[in-house]
Write a protein that binds this ligand. Sequence first.
Ligand SMILES: [Mn+2]
Length: 334
Amino acid sequence: MLYSKYEDFLTFLKGKKILITTHDLVDIDGFVSCYALRFFLIQHCNKPISIFFSELSKHTKNFMLRFSEKFPEFHFNHKSEVNFSEFDVCIINDTNDLSQIQFNCSKTIKLEIPYIFIDHHHFGKNILKNGNISSLNLINDNVSSTTEIILELFEYYSQNLTTPYKNLIVTAILTDSGFFKYGNNQTIKKVSNLLDEEVNFQQLLLMLKTDVDISERIAKIKGLQRVKLIRKGDYLIGISNVSSFGASVASMLIKTGFDISIIYSKEKDKNMINSRAKKSICMKTGLHLGKIFEEISEYSEGSGGGHDGAAALTFKADFDTVLLKIVERIKHFL
Ligand SMILES: [Mn+2]
């Protein structure tokens, strides 16, 4: 990345009233990158800087509570309602897709002020985005988290981090890099530079531990008890049913050893199906669950879709017919 970009970025922001936000269901990288960016900007800009979050993910909420126990002096303060007329510019972290942002409980509320993206996801440059000051975007898809881009700002301006911020930043890098699984040498070096007596790896792991709710654990156990195994060649398909937590049970079956999982729930007025497939199988066979579900939704009085390895369908048509069709379509690829 060209370092002069940072200078243009900061020069533009000086004297502006800044709103910082991220995608809905805020994950730890989105959360931390917003706080770290505000901490960085506060030392350069003298106008108010606010953070707006829609809904935090369960995992983020849990982490926030544990973090506050460890650092009671550190105060998180972000808005859950926003009035655009109070700001000159919006900085959007950890996404470059406006549809992932939810303002004031509504996807239909439009961002009325110019905005800048700071993100580590692939950016489709040819998509024209109204209102985006694209020359100031800080986008780098070679890093595993948005927080690493913010960390580079601190490094470039030789600005010090306090202990709570070091802890936050390490946590965000760890979670978004899948504990280094999606990282590279630089990721490990950056984390290593931040660790010291006050930033303790084992303590951070403890802060990230989440207790799974008893109802979700029961759903997973029942899901396993009821699973029906279908084998086609070397591929194993698992079909089971639970009344809730279908998505999490479907993922669990993949971890257990199935290649494809199909979890259904039948309710009075509608049926639900969640499905997962191993990424390697999608790539090898061309299987795309999202496309299959989308196609089936058209004649099952329902709506559905998703990604190649994860999809869901809600429908009203006859349950057995639809399930049979899905299994048939999946088997066709194997
Ligand atoms: Mn991220």
